[in-house]
Design a protein around this ligand. Structure first.
Ligand code: FAD
Ligand code: FES
Length: 509
């Protein structure tokens, strides 16, 4: 998915651009040396920032400017035009900035502006001393990074049951599994980042219990940690199959980097794979295994893959797309047993499998919260500040059920970007910011060369308004109820997807 930055195109911005070329809210892609630069005008102000998104190298010039920010067309990260800061995930690193000068009716981009120094870690009276983060995934990492970005001076301890430092989990079922992403793409930050930022990262460490009153955490190895504020970000765990043979050595779930590495090892000698479940993860894994030229069969109980999320037209497209790439579907079928290298289906058919991937959904890991006496109802209940029923404990990511202002209901969803942004909001709120979490949910999914983007959230709808051509891979689908757009799915309509996001933000205000 990450694209190599291409050779810079457009004018050399150091040579000057006629003032009239940029209208009030216009922007222009150019370059300074071999760096792509986005020149943007907002009223009478001019900005020049790096034009390549620091997430997966998305082209910011094709994004959307909103106020003094620009949003990336690919996965909706947002950067400040003034500072280059990544103000909304999934980008976590800033883009460069250049000084802009108006001279003789022209705009000149001059020298690069040195990045602002990290805020000094000053202790304020109101700030807590010790923050413990349980979970080293999307939400946990984004929270730790934001605490330091905000200049938090106290201790930050991140406890993770994972054996790898925080990594790019979505890639575990995409390019990395397909063999198209090098190892160095996976960590969100190198190990030195934790040392340099004073983040005490404890890997392969399980939290056994939390005592909200005593403000302490007990670790499975018998040690304990005290906290002033705690973030619970334990994510979700894959549901296991409960049929004979499901514990076989060739049967895998796909949640962690370790799972992906085990699947890759097994895939090396495999000719045929069976994927159980036509979920996002199941289908992405199917696509990745096809890239490894493995024969792939997908068995799932539903009539059409992803129909519950996307509706029937898009579901038909997803099915055809996978079939075009050689995947064989066995729909309206569950597996009843795995007998060595054979998977048996309800209809009696057996499928040969050197490798089986089970992608039948996940469950939020709420056990710690329940044992701690926190309010849990199909997720850890949080208020608009992401605070649980214990005021010093916050929750974010796949476990959190929050009041979503757009749908008007309490949501718990499993999206990378939502988890990161909740982690960031929770971090600021642990420092006393009092900031509501109001972001419109967003996720993306990748099937071969087709990315599907989705903004908002719709569990049901009156109708789906389709613009463009789904089969032609150029479409935007609006899911509407009571005349309101609840969500929009799109393929190669990135700008419109951003525009819908902004409309939804305005609507709920
Ligand atoms: C293969 C795969 C592909 C995906 N692709 C996409 C995608 O394309 N787009 C998208 O929007 N979303 C995608 N998702 C979903 C996305 O990754 C999740 O929504 C996101 O990771 C949730 O973040 P989180 O921080 O809540 O949990 P996680 O990222 O799961 O992190 C949870 C952390 O908590 C730790 N933990 C759990 N219990 C304990 C304990 N008791 N003690 C200590 N540590 C503990 C775990 O070890 C882990 O480090 C994908 C998920 C998977 C598995
Ligand atoms: S490439 Fe920009 S948000 Fe992913």
């Amino acid at each position: 998915m990450a694209a190599e930055p291409s050779a810079p195109s457009g004018p050399d911005l150091t040579q000057g651009i006629e003032l009239g070329i940029l209208n009030d809210n216009g922007n222009l892609l150019g370059h300074v040396g071999d760096e792509a630069v986005l020149l943007a005008r907002r009223g009478n102000e001019y900005f020049a920032i790096g034009a390549t998104c620091t997430h997966y190298s998305g082209p910011l010039a094709e994004g959307l400017m909103v106020g003094d920010t620009v949003r990336c067309p690919w996965h909706h990260a947002c950067f400040s035009l003034r500072t280059g800061e990544p103000v909304a995930a999934p980008a976590l690193s800033p883009v460069a900035r250049w000084r802009v000068e108006l001279c003789d009716g022209k705009i000149f981009v001059r020298e690069k502006i040195e990045p602002a120094p990290a805020p000094s870690r000053a202790k304020t009276q109101a700030a807590p001393d010790r923050i413990v983060i349980v979970g080293g995934g999307a939400a946990g990492f984004a929270a730790a990074e934001m605490l330091r970005r905000e200049g938090f001076a106290g201790s930050v301890t991140m406890v993770s049951a994972d054996n790898a430092p925080p990594y790019d989990r979505p890639n575990c079922s995409k390019d990395y599994l397909a063999g198209n992403a090098p190892e160095e793409w996976m960590p969100l930050r190198p190990l030195e980042f934790y040392r340099d930022n004073g983040i005490d990262l404890r890997l392969e460490t399980e939290v056994a219990s939390i005592d909200p009153r005593g403000r302490s955490v007990s670790l499975a190895d018998g040690k304990s940690l005290l906290f002033d504020k705690l973030l619970l970000a334990t994510g979700a765990e894959p549901i296991r199959l409960d049929i004979p043979g499901a514990n076989g050595p060739h049967v895998f779930v796909l949640r962690s980097l370790a799972d992906t590495r085990a699947i890759i090892e097994r895939a090396k000698g495999a000719k045929r794979a069976v994927v159980l479940g036509a979920s996002f993860i199941g289908l992405e894994a199917a696509a990745a295994l096809r890239a490894r030229e493995i024969d792939v069969h997908v068995a799932a109980p539903e009539k059409a893959p992803l129909e519950r999320v996307f509706g029937s037209d898009m579901a038909r497209f997803v099915r055809l797309l996978h079939e075009e790439h050689g995947v064989t579907f066995h729909l309206e079928q569950k597996a009843t047993a795995i007998d060595g290298a054979r998977v048996r289906l309800e209809n009696g058919q057996t499928l040969d499998a050197d490798l089986v991937i089970v992608g039948i959904g996940v469950r939020p890991r709420t056990a710690l919260a329940e044992r701690a006496g926190l309010e849990v109802d199909r997720g850890v209940g949080v208020n608009e500040y992401l605070q649980t029923s214990a005021p010093d404990i916050f929750a974010a990511g796949d476990i959190a059920r929050w009041p979503d202002p757009h749908s008007g209901s309490r949501l718990r969803i499993e999206h990378w970007v939502v988890a990161e942004r909740q982690g960031q909001t929770a971090a600021r709120n642990m420092l006393g910011a009092g900031e509501k979490f109001t972001q419109v949910p967003f996720f993306w999914s990748q099937h071969y060369d087709v990315p599907i983007n989705y903004v908002g959230h719709a569990e049901g709808w009156d109708d789906i308004a389709v613009e463009g051509d789904i089969a032609g891979r150029d479409c935007l689908l609006r899911y509407r109820r009571g005349g309101r757009v609840l969500a929009a799915a799109s393929i190669y309509r990135d700008r419109e997807s951003l525009e819908v996001e902004v409309e939804m933000e305005r609507d709920s205000r």
